[in-house]
Design a protein around this ligand. Structure first.
Ligand code: PMV
Length: 343
């Protein structure tokens, strides 16, 4: 893939971890304490265009049609600077200032993994616009340095972010487990609150690693969770996958709750809905919940059960949105002919 344009548009889909990444061993390189496994979703995505100019100057970031905040702009510029280093060493032609235009088709920063889809789309668009040729593991490593979970959004379906052992992060990237799973899964995203969260996932995990007495127990349990999750995916064992996914998410939140000060992402409604999911399970509708760094639930079920699930939640007027998702694709470049069709 050699692209000589100075502008490129990429689309990446958000992913939800079935086995969570929670905690870094290197803050600057975004190296995780533990491996993780995710499912990429079809209905939630980011489109990002990167255009390099000839002149120097600060990069400019537009997010959903508005100039982004300075901290967000700096995060994006840091990732582009990594590419500039690569470009300078390969061709000697410096890349000028970039204009980055990014659109999400869902709420930004509300625990719906907008940073995952955002940084995966950015890594691909910025690389293609620079005319660089990078393998998917290399793109995954680059996206990781924007937001850890973004390294998994380069892949469709089920992906695994390998923790890696090296200090420079060269072996910490995602690989595909099953890119296009032939499995009738539906993950419903339940939006309780669509405002940006008060405590970022990065700050929440740093506080957990530093202060939670339960953190060593979390880490000690992860290899077994990863092994069993890989087995559940390979054998298409929906019950095993769902039970383990819910257990792993509640274990992550229990570990975070034991931090000082406590890291709490839930709202009262989060617990009410968790109880509702249990009731539905007991009444024969097999579904399981997972929760990230926010109050929203994602509920996994088999596709045939989606109409019944939707009907069961119809009277929950507090829900801001209920979005059914299927397994989605990995990040891809959008041809210029389709570029006008932004969300
Ligand atoms: O990549 P970040 O910094 O947005 O952290 C993601 C943290 C979780 O969503 C809670 C877990 C995960 O593996 O995606």
């Amino acid at each position: 893939m050699t692209i000589s344009l100075k502008s490129a548009l990429a689309q990446a889909h958000s992913n939800i971890a079935l086995i969570k990444y929670w905690g870094k061993r290197d803050e600057a390189l975004k190296l995780p304490q533990n491996g993780s496994i995710s499912l990429t979703l079809d209905a939630l995505w980011t489109r990002t265009r990167v255009t390099y100019s000839e002149s120097n100057g600060p990069d400019q970031l537009w997010l959903n049609g508005q100039l982004a905040s300075e901290p967000m702009r700096l995060k994006v510029q840091r990732l582009l600077d990594l590419l500039r280093e690569k470009e300078a060493s390969s061709s000697g032609t410096p890349l000028g200032a970039a204009k980055i235009e990014s659109e999400n088709n869902f709420p930004t920063g509300a625990g719906l993994a907008s940073s995952a889809s955002g940084f995966a789309a950015l890594a691909l668009a910025a690389t293609a616009a620079a005319g660089l040729e990078l393998s998917r593991p290399a793109l995954s490593r680059l996206a990781r340095q924007g937001s850890g979970s973004a390294c998994r959004s380069l892949y469709g379906g089920f992906a695994e972010w390998q923790r890696g052992e090296s200090a420079d992060g060269s072996d910490s990237f995602a690989i595909s487990i099953d890119e296009t799973p032939d499995w009738d899964l539906c993950m419903a995203v339940l939006v309780l609150n669509d405002l940006p969260k008060a405590l970022s996932s990065g700050d929440g995990m740093a506080q957990t690693v530093a202060t939670s007495p339960l953190y060593p127990a979390w880490l000690a349990s992860i290899d077994e969770d990863l092994t069993h999750m890989r087995q559940a995916i390979a054998s298409r064992d929906f019950s095993a996958l769902g039970e383990l996914m819910e257990h792993n998410a509640l274990k992550m939140h229990a570990t975070a709750l034991a931090s000082r000060p406590a890291v709490i992402y839930w709202m009262p409604l989060t617990l009410e809905l968790l109880a509702r999911i249990r009731d539905l399970r007991q009444s024969g509708l097999e579904c399981y919940a997972t929760i990230d760094a926010g109050p929203n639930l994602k509920v996994l079920m088999q596709e045939r059960d989606w109409p019944r699930f939707q009907a069961a939640l119809a009277h929950w007027h507090e829900l801001k949105a209920l979005i059914p998702c299927r397994p989605g694709p990995g990040a891809f470049l959008v041809p210029d002919a389709l570029a006008g069709q932004m969300p």
